[in-house]
Write a protein that binds this ligand. Structure first.
Ligand SMILES: [Zn+2]
Length: 322
């Protein structure tokens, strides 16, 4: 499978499955999905703000009558670029893993408004945060949490179609979920896959994320819709695994040599992964790995410190093309 164009908007995958893509797939520019059968519909994720989500829903309704009234919304994880538009899918069951639902309470959209407003006064980290999220409008969003949660696995039906929700977190976040359509061989992976951009391990364990990539590759999916970036196939899942293995192994050398996580993030050569966008995210990945290895004694940093280091790496361009 291949040849999917990475253009903004709704892409018909066939088999009653659709992807909504948002180039360039960078910070906040997430993908979503729609599954329909026999007059029923299921939405995979909403977008970062109300304007973007409303635009997507209008396009889905125009193309798919069953999207007029979405029966089920699945949030793949707790990051706002996958759930801040939830309030526009009124009346739907909203399903997420229990771990994701708990995580959503920590940065609801109302708190994001305050964080962004205060950010520019907080130095380089705050400035970088405000800059990468500047295209989005968080004011006026009402926190709309899941109406039901699950642990492990949940099987749903959309018309006659089977949909399997597979919890593979903690990995990118605490409760990442894959949305797998075994009969159609289509999978929506949320942010377990970033294609063309750098994965960011907010939570870890990184080895758990690596296992999730291998699980995706083994499922036999023909069409793989990542959380960010162009539509891919099993090779895309293995490419994300390869990045995580590369960073884990290089970071381990730095850890054993006594480098600080910040110095490790500055020093690690990206090798074959130098072409991925948002390379500065290695700062978060290295901190997460250090936290795992040191059992929380090292690699502890708040979001502002992490965004500060990412700002430095992004400015230096040191991680791009080197
Ligand atoms: Zn995302």
């Amino acid at each position: 499978m291949g040849g999917w164009r990475f253009t903004k908007g709704l892409h018909d995958l066939g088999r009653g499955c659709f992807a909504w893509l948002q180039p360039d797939g960078g910070w906040g520019w997430s993908n979503a999905g729609l599954v329909s059968d026999s007059g029923e519909s299921l939405l995979v994720d909403t977008l970062f703000d109300l304007r973007l989500t409303a635009e997507m829903l209008a396009a889905m309704r125009a193309a798919v009558p069953a999207a007029e009234r979405i029966g089920v919304l699945v949030n793949t994880h707790a990051n706002g670029d996958h759930c801040y538009g939830n309030q526009l899918v009124s009346g739907a069951r909203i399903v997420a893993s229990r771990a994701s639902a708990a995580e959503m309470e920590e940065l609801p959209p109302e708190a994001m408004v305050r964080a962004i407003e205060n950010a520019p006064a907080l130095g380089p980290g705050g400035e970088f945060l405000a800059q990468v999220f500047a295209p989005f409008e968080f004011r006026g969003i009402r926190h709309t949490p899941p109406t039901e949660t699950f642990d492990g696995e949940l099987r749903l039906r959309v018309g006659a179609k089977e949909v399997v929700l597979i919890e593979v977190g903690p990995a990118h976040t605490r409760g990442d979920v894959l949305v797998w359509l075994p009969e159609d061989r289509v999978i929506y992976t949320g942010d377990i896959l970033f294609i063309g951009g750098t994965p960011i391990a907010w939570q870890g364990p990184v080895d758990h994320w690596i296992a999730a990539c291998e699980r995706i590759a083994k499922l036999g999916a023909e069409v793989v819709v990542p959380g960010h970036g162009p539509i891919t196939d099993a090779k895309g899942a293995l490419a994300v695994r390869d990045y995580l293995v590369h960073v884990r192994d290089r970071a381990r050398e730095c850890y054993d040599a006594g480098l600080s996580p910040a110095d490790a993030a500055r020093a690690i050569p990206l090798g074959p992964f130098a072409g991925l966008s948002d390379a500065e995210r290695i700062a978060v990945n290295v901190h997460t790995l250090y936290r795992e290895w040191s059992r929380g004694k090292s690699g502890v940093a708040n979001a502002l410190e992490l965004f500060g280091l990412m700002s430095e790496l992004a400015r230096a361009g040191a991680r791009v093309g080197s």
